[in-house]
Design a protein around this ligand. Structure first.
Ligand SMILES: Nc1ncnc2c1ncn2[C@@H]1O[C@H](COP(=O)(O)OP(=O)(O)O)[C@@H](O)[C@H]1O
Ligand SMILES: [Mg+2]
Length: 257
């Protein structure tokens, strides 16, 4: 369970997040949406323990994130970053297996069970065929899937994913979102940043709309994706209606509102 309570975050003297409140119970997949620069990545990174709040706090399962040791925190939170540069030419399998590191003792090697978990994560993300490839040679989308495999191999109850489908083709977008929804269905707490509001409405149980560092709406997609909220956040007029095929909401932004 993620609980964000009166959170303010300043980065290099800029106030980036203001008084953010957010609760994500286990078994939910919540979509974090909002315009570029709204603070979505900063919020995810703060929940992952990578930025320190200037005020307020983040609790995971009732315990403050910022009082915890990194390895212990990594057993509870898997974080899939937006920036997917990998500096060293590890193979896709080695990268996935790194997801097991928080579970290893000091200087311990991975067990057969760790290898099985990594292999399952690669199978689940459709990356098994990339196992022996250097991640430096993968396409952006392939690398994104391998980093998702690493995050799944971490086997943490909380999963944070920052734009995990931004580099993916149509089929892989649906595969990844179905996988994340399945993680929530299996009891994990999933918070995912998405730019595509239609996919967000289709796959998430709730949405949180961030604009200018504040949560301006939070709840089921129908209460968040209103023309008023979209005008405030994105500065566009929009038509919101149910999709003929999926029944979930679709947003059409208007050029001349
Ligand atoms: N290290 C930093 N120092 C100062 N400002 C930052 C830093 N990182 C991000 N910002 C600013 O914080 C705001 C939110 O950034 P970010 O969380 O990356 O937005 P989003 O992910 O919603 O696009 C932006 O205006 C960005 O320029
Ligand atoms: Mg971002």
């Amino acid at each position: 369970m993620i609980a964000v309570d009166g959170l303010h975050v300043d980065l290099d003297g800029n106030a980036v997040l203001h008084d953010v409140e957010l609760a994500v119970p286990p078994g939910r997949i919540v979509g974090l949406v909002g315009p570029n620069g709204a603070g979505k990545s900063t919020l995810l990174r703060t929940i992952a323990g990578l930025h320190r709040p200037s005020r307020g706090r983040v609790l995971l399962a009732g315990r403050p994130v910022h009082a915890r040791k990194p390895q212990e925190l990594a057993r509870d939170v898997a974080y899939l970053p937006q920036d997917i540069a990998l500096p060293f030419p590890f193979t896709a399998y080695q990268v996935t297996l790194m997801g097991r590191h928080p579970h290893l003792g000091r200087f311990a090697r991975e067990s057969a069970a760790d290898h099985r978990t990594a292999q399952r994560a690669m199978a689940a993300t459709g990356t098994a065929h990339l196992a022996g490839r250097s991640v430096a040679t993968l396409s952006g989308g392939e690398r994104q899937l391998v980093l998702l495999a690493k995050a799944l191999a971490q086997d943490a109850p909380v999963l944070l994913a920052d734009e995990p489908v931004s580099a993916l083709d149509l089929r892989h977008q649906l595969d990844v979102l179905r996988l994340l929804r399945g993680c929530a269905g299996a009891g994990r707490t999933v918070l995912v940043v998405l730019h595509d509001l239609n996919l967000a409405a289709r796959y998430c149980t709730e949405l949180a709309l961030l604009s200018g560092g504040r949560v301006i709406a939070c709840g089921p997609p129908a209460t968040v994706l209103t023309p008023d909220h979209l005008a405030t956040a994105y500065g566009v007029g929009a038509v919101v209606r149910p999709d003929d095929v999926t029944g979930s909401l679709t947003v059409t932004a208007l050029e001349n509102p």
